[in-house]
Design a protein. Structure first.
Ligand SMILES: [Zn+2]
Length: 327
């Protein structure tokens, strides 16, 4: 049929006695189309993550937010578990929330009933303490330079040795100690200021230790106070153990005037207290008031100001720099 023919047909119809029926038929047809369209929309919506999470018992706004944050895979396993979890939504607002760890946060919360604070759960999972240490161990990423992470799960190779080690002046150590140049310089500046403020003379008890030396240290040390070979920061040349001439014993240094000063000010020189007392229990390490780790001033300030451990800093800012909690 030509266009002309079609126009002719419509004209005949609208001119005819049936014209009165055109409007209601059109309205009815549109209504049927609208109902069909809405039905299809409804069926499609019922398959969305938002709707599936909503059906677990979450208010619609929470379901929408959870659906937006979780990947399809995470949403699937979340829905498959088929139960409402009271911490699921509040977790999203945690300061150091990392979306890819969502399932592990929920799982860890169920396993460890002693930890109830969400920030503690997030911290433990972010640093991998919920995982089997041996099975989840990975080589230390030495490309991170002064921000490399060495701990029970991030191991240095037995052949790893820092490029250029510099000796501390012997007035600051009982026997020869070496570390990276930036560390030696930062220690000197810190020690001078400490002397001014407290009149105490800081001393480096231990700095760089090779993998082989760490084997000896590990065997000799009281249980828990020495890392296993490959898992010690001392092998990086970035860690130093500090006490003072006035308080050479580690635990008397802890409560000494200079020990307190060092904890409060070491970040100003690029150091962090690597194993602070406040986080020891949750993070599963022993408090070491003498062990400083050099990370540079910018990172040291952030770790200090945000009151987190370096492991948490590394997990959030270095490994997952795009993780953003909903705040
Ligand atoms: Zn140490």
């Amino acid at each position: 049929m030509t266009l002309q023919g079609a126009k002719q047909l419509i004209k005949q119809w609208t001119d005819s006695d049936h014209r009165w029926i055109t409007v209601p038929v059109t309205i009815a047809a549109l209504f049927v189309l609208f109902v069909l369209f809405k039905s299809c929309q409804g069926i499609a919506y019922s398959f969305t993550n938002e709707c599936r999470i909503y059906r677990l018992g979450y208010p619609i706004d929470q379901a929408r937010t959870l659906a937006a944050v979780l990947s399809d895979e995470q949403a699937d396993s979340f829905v498959v578990r088929g139960e409402y979890d009271s911490i699921a939504y509040p977790l999203l607002s945690e300061r150091y929330f990392i979306a890819k760890n969502f399932d592990r946060y929920l799982a860890y919360h169920k396993i460890d009933t002693t930890l109830t604070a969400l920030n503690d759960i997030v911290a433990v999972v972010n640093v991998g303490h919920d995982l089997d240490r041996e099975a989840s161990a990975v080589p230390c990423d030495i490309s991170k330079g002064q921000l490399m992470l060495v701990n029970g799960r991030h191991y240095l190779d037995e052949n790893y040795k820092p490029d250029s080690l510099v000796a501390f002046q012997r007035t600051y150590c009982y026997e020869e100690q070496r570390a990276l140049g930036a560390v030696v310089q930062a220690f000197l500046t810190m020690q001078q200021e400490c002397k001014k403020q407290t009149d105490a003379h800081l001393m480096v008890n231990s700095a760089y230790r090779s993998y082989k030396q760490q084997i000896g240290t590990y065997k000799r040390n009281e249980k828990g106070y020495a890392a296993r070979p490959g898992g010690s920061e001392h092998q990086t040349g970035l860690a130093i153990d500090v006490t003072s001439l006035q308080h050479p014993m580690r635990w008397s240094f802890d409560t000494s005037k200079e020990g307190v000063w060092m904890r409060e000010h070491c970040h100003e020189y690029g150091f962090i207290l690597r194993y602070p007392k406040k986080h020891a229990q949750v993070m599963g390490y022993n408090y070491e008031p003498w062990h400083l780790r050099y990370v540079g001033k910018e990172t040291a300030k952030r770790v200090h100001d945000e009151d987190i451990t370096f492991d948490e800093y590394y997990a959030y800012y270095i490994e997952n720099p795009h993780a953003k909690a909903l705040r």
